[in-house]
Design a protein around this ligand. Structure first.
Ligand code: ATP
Ligand code: LTN
Length: 335
């Protein structure tokens, strides 16, 4: 890219709602690190989103620090990207309100994540859970992000963000960039090992279905050995073979091999050998992440310095855009 050309802006976030899974890593964070040199990147820990389901406050604080350490361990470089904590940057909540007034009840009612999560937590269908996508739109639009690297489950929220941005622009005049998703071609939806028709999710109660990026080698191999597959014995990518397809996708992402190569490698071998190979490859791939995490999490001072720098940088950028939005909406400028 020519030196004087402005880089495109990337923003993404992850909720500190528990330990990160292989799905979070493959679908999102792995790509965050990869994009840092070619784009102006902002990455945040979405703690405000996390409280849309009930959290224990002390645990949330701990999870937030661990989540921050984990994204750094996965390769997000706080010197190169703006890595921050959502609740530390007040512009997100400020823009949230403005956008909420440009979002329709009907469109929020159609969000599948809202339907899923309200079915899962019927005793706490709070307004925050309902308006969750508006805050996500604010996260993105406050920086006029061009691209948003996420897993496929976030596609609907991105579509809503574009609609809200467009509506605001039409009502008040051009301000917001309409963002595009950056969804990886492979691994955008890693499935649970225990039920390969269901997304691997960090808030899943079934721990066996989830590989956590900080799991030790034995645990990873044990979980892969137990992975639900099918009654065939041939390792091949095909419709109806959800379990094997999922394992092949995971193996492909961590080794760089394509499906044909994998089929050839395991020609004449059974599922047992394949599962062990996937487990080994995943644990080898995650070993440096785990080592980095153990080092970073014990250095609180370093972590605080990093997020403070990120918080300040994020505020500086978003303050300008959010002030313009307030002005356009008719609020009197602060003196
Ligand atoms: P929760 O269970 O609390 O809803 P989650 O595991 O679904 O959490 P999020 O914090 O909602 O994770 O998502 C963080 C990022 O990881 C998003 O970009 C999301 O699309 C991606 N992601 C989550 N699960 C997967 C998955 N199974 N495969 C690929 N990407 C995923
Ligand atoms: N909703 C996202 C997390 C998230 C996010 C964002 C992702 C919150 N704000 C802004 C991209 C951009 C999720 O993964 N569940």
């Amino acid at each position: 890219m020519p030196e004087n050309e402005k880089k495109k802006v990337i923003l993404s976030g992850i909720q500190p709602s528990g330990a990160f899974t292989l799905g979070n890593y493959v679908g999102a964070i792995k790509n965050w690190a990869k994009l840092q040199d070619d784009y102006d990147c902002l990455y945040m820990i979405a703690d405000m989103h996390a409280i849309t389901v009930r959290q224990d406050p002390a645990k949330l604080r701990q999870n937030t620090m661990e989540a921050y350490a984990a994204i750094v361990a996965c390769g997000v470089d706080p010197e190169n990207s703006v890595a921050f904590i959502q609740s530390h940057v007040p512009t997100h909540a400020q823009l949230n309100w403005l956008l909420a007034c440009s979002t329709q009840f009907g469109e929020l009612s159609r969000m599948t994540q809202f339907k899923d999560k309200s079915a899962k937590h019927p005793d706490d269908i709070n307004a925050g859970l309902f308006t969750y996508p508006v805050l996500m739109a604010a996260d993105i639009l406050a920086y006029n992000a061009d691209l948003v690297p996420v897993g496929v489950d976030q596609k609907q929220h991105l579509e809503l963000t574009r609609n809200v941005a467009q509506r605001f622009n039409q009502r008040y005049g051009e301000l917001f960039t309409l963002p595009d998703g950056y969804i990886p071609p492979k691994g955008a939806k890693i499935m649970s090992l225990a039920d390969p028709t269901k997304k691997m999710s960090k808030s899943d109660e079934n721990q066996n279905g989830c590989i956590y990026i900080l799991d030790d080698k034995d645990t990873i191999i044990r979980k892969f050995k137990r992975a639900v597959t099918d009654s065939e014995t041939v390792v091949r990518y095909a419709e109806g073979k959800d379990g094997i397809n999922n394992l092949m996708t995971i193996y492909s992402v961590v080794t760089g091999k394509n499906y044909d190569e994998i089929e050839r490698e395991f020609d004449g071998k059974g599922y047992g050998d394949f599962k062990t190979a996937v487990g080994e490859a995943v644990s080898d791939h995650l070993k440096p992440v785990k080592d980095n995490f153990d080092r970073i999490i014990s250095d609180k001072k370093y972590l605080q310095e990093c997020y403070t720098r990120g918080d300040e940088a994020a505020f500086k950028i978003s303050r300008k855009i959010v002030s313009k939005a307030y002005h356009k909406a008719g609020f009197v400028d602060r003196t």
